[in-house]
Design a protein around this ligand. Sequence first.
Ligand code: PEP
Ligand code: MG
Length: 592
Amino acid sequence: MSLVLDGAPASEGIVAGKVFLLHWGVPVVPHKTVEPAEVDAEIERFHEAREWAKERIRAVQGVTEERLGQVEARIFEPQLLMLDDPAVVDGAVRYIRENHLTAQRAFEWRMLELQAMWSRTSQPMVLDRLNDLEDLMIRVLHRLLGHHDPSDLAREPSGVIVVARNLTPSLTVHLNPEHVLGVATDQGTRTAHWAILARSLEIPAVVGLGTVSQRAREGQEVILDGRVGRVILDPDDRERAAYKRRRARLKDWEGEIAVIAEQESVTLDGQPVALRANLDLPVEVDQARSHGAMGIGLLRTEFLVVGRNTMPGEEEQYEAYRKVAEAFPEGAVYIRTFDLGGDKFPMFLHMPREENPFLGWRAIRVCLDEPELFRTQLRAILRATAHGDVRIMVPLVNDVDEVRQVRALLEEEEEGLRRDGIPFNSGYKLGVMIETPAAALDAAELVRHCDFFSIGTNDLVQYTLAVDRTNTRLAKLYNPFHPAVVRLLHQVARVSRAAGIEVSLCGELAANPLGTFLLLGLDIMALSMAWPSLPEIKKFVRDIRIEDARRAARSALAAPTSQDVVHCLVEGIGDSVDLTVFAGRWSLSLPQ
Ligand code: PEP
Ligand code: MG
């Protein structure tokens, strides 16, 4: 009997292979003490293991830098810093000196204390630090116990799907895409560092599967679908055949991508549609280009700060932004200012623990309260405007006053750049993300202060419906086709059109064909999405008529329920596109 497990899609691709169980766990450490005369030697042994671990991590960092670039390699810095942190080192040494514990027991105790302290938070980014801490425990303890390093994946067989409780960035970077076909984990989220790395390495991954590491057996046959977030253990003939069909379709599709990337993005009846990519890491620019992105509709700049111990300097930021701008000499690049808080926390900022972080100190609110952080970023982006059509986009804006404050800061920074003789393009555009009902309803005011709007439906939906976007239990209620959302989208589009500014949309909804149809029908002609979705959305755009989309959007605006909205869209698309191709991926409940 096969076993189907559903989790969350973290990295695209459909693969089949054999289970490779990765036991990356904290070893059992026996309670032992040493003789007083052995204390110094034990402390020495602890320092040796610490130095060894640093070397291993630096080696991993080197591989990461080679494969993914400098920015990604920095995610190991917190681990290196932790190994020198007096809170860790002095604490463990004290246990050896005062309690005569063995080095392994002393280190374990100290790390468990820190773990208990940090576990009291529920903030995902602090929880990510806990992953780093566990990573160090595993590495150092195995060393002190004289075991092999379990992260040594060099002898890993080919054609495997790695199944683990969770991964870490350092393990992920060791995964050789030629051997490892995919990754399935019990825990983790799409935004965990290792999942971001898996996407950059193009290793399909499914996270949050609950118990896959307990249910899977070594060598067992497994199918992993990183598009829908599903894993099938011991698939039966029917499932194998379905997998082969999906895989074949995907292969054909991969062949088509290059062709589609070159085609014009225009509807059957001649309406041009701007399709741009969302980037989480600058290293993704090449894939964005090869998938036909006309520009970058959203550069999430948090990669520069999350998990870092120090604030990123102006020069480093400028280089990162410039790299993206130069990759798109003919397209616009929308750089979003730091969207911290919510579920993203840098280590260098003291972020208070909040009851409702998504309703708390987040995005522009943090930036305006932390002028040093914000001004440095604004200067770096301004400098990048000299290298392309770089636009500045501000997240989670609620009212005009926030835009005024940003503009005032920008004017001061511009003045500074002029004074220092540093080039920038003074004609750059400044716009806001429409992510709250307040911003959508107040669009007519905001529009007078903005050069563009970009609608962030990932947040707009959660704030409109009061449904936490990260809460799996509420996933069914998180419905972007709710009539209230449709009306807000319509309102923002109408205001933008009247004012003659560009309105684009960069939430996940843009990559959902029903969403695309609705948005085009509402006159939102610029869409930005994760790069893997670009070709299929372009193909979809080329198969539909804007007139049909407009008619369907008009009906959708009058529809009383989400189901009716979906019905109007499906009817409007009619036979132009086979929607069943998308159904599994988007959980589209298509009328029979
Ligand atoms: C959004 O909210 O739709 C968006 C694109 O921003 P993020 O997903 O980064 O919050
Ligand atoms: Mg958002």
